[in-house]
Design a protein around this ligand. Sequence first.
Ligand code: GUN
Ligand code: ZN
Length: 427
Amino acid sequence: MTDRLILGQTLAFGGDPFRQGPDVAHHERQGAILIRDGKIAALGRADDLRARYPQIPVTDHGAGLILPGFIDAHAHYPQTAIIASWGKRLIDWLNTYTFPEEARFADPAYATAIAARYFDLLLSHGTTTVASFGTIHPESVTAFFTQAQARGLRVLAGKTCMDRDTAPAYLRDSAQSAYDDSKALITRWHGVDRLSYIITPRFSPTSTPDQLHALGALWAQYPDCLMQTHLSEQTDEIAWVRSLYPTARDYLDTYEAHGLLGPNALYGHAIHLEPREIDRLAEVGAALVHCPTSNAFIGSGLFDMGLRARVRVGLATDTGGGSSFSMLRTMAAAYEIAQLRGQALHPAELIWLATGASAEALGLSDKIGRLAPGFEADLLVLDLASTPAIAQASARANDIWQAVFPTLMMGDDRATRQVYVAGAPVT
Ligand code: GUN
Ligand code: ZN
């Protein structure tokens, strides 16, 4: 693969700004990154690296800000076409919009068309890794991985499992078929190129205890796979879980009792947690995923970012429950929700949530999410003056944080100047 030297502003995090403060990020106004074999080989000042590597072709992004590509830690690619559907809360929204659309993924041609459209949208928004739910159809995962593989992307996904009569008959598997199909997909895809399989029960209300148990048993056989699901998103949903699982201590216990709690577990939303649930999540080292545009759009509630003190937390769009494919828009929503809880997240913390923290949540913190030698060269070059409104605000900036914050609050796909996947520019 060709070596390449890319120039621009760089922002490299040497650690977690929540724990160590914003100064843990090193800003280079005229920075450079040497890409070799799809990875970051060196990072430094433009004049230094140009002098050290005079033969290597240079791409100069000027004042563009080079960051790791964004990492969306929870999404539903099959809901791409129903994003921004009006006026329902979670359970109604699932029944009215989501389930009929997901049924269409029985058709591999439709699944392929939406997967292709989805990756075009992701890349245009500067997102280079996503952990997605499929539908109950194994073909939905095959289409997703095939399209990701063709683009060289690092992605994670799983077949969504639902076997309970709370889900419509046209969209149900069984405990046995969920186990068999998931296992076959693990064998086919997990660890192939940059693809990872995630064991994916949709959520307790749409699975029987038998199905949760079968997926817990599968996870025990493949403990290096992640397991993703939903937890405590809306109060109505929690009441529903209580009625379906009358002996469970709480929502988390419906997973825990069936072997679906562990350090490689990833729970979306987790807004209305009980103290016992928080203690158990912290004890086992599970991860949570904050989906702020979704939580506002579906009216779910205000996630407590203070949980970060005890539990890994990633950031995600949750499309199509979320109202944007943009991780910039998602950072803005995370900022607003934290403000409503009395906390102002620093720009360094917001960028970290969409990069390093999401990588940590996905167990990929040694591969992606940071600008550092040895990391995979999935990169985003941000235009910090992508609209007149943003340009006039950032023109007043005295430092990088003031310069980037208008883009975090008001930016969208227009701020994506260039994306690199494994070192190759996306055209
Ligand atoms: N809970 C179970 N399924 C879903 C889904 O598709 N979207 C959201 N936001 N919550 C869910
Ligand atoms: Zn979700």
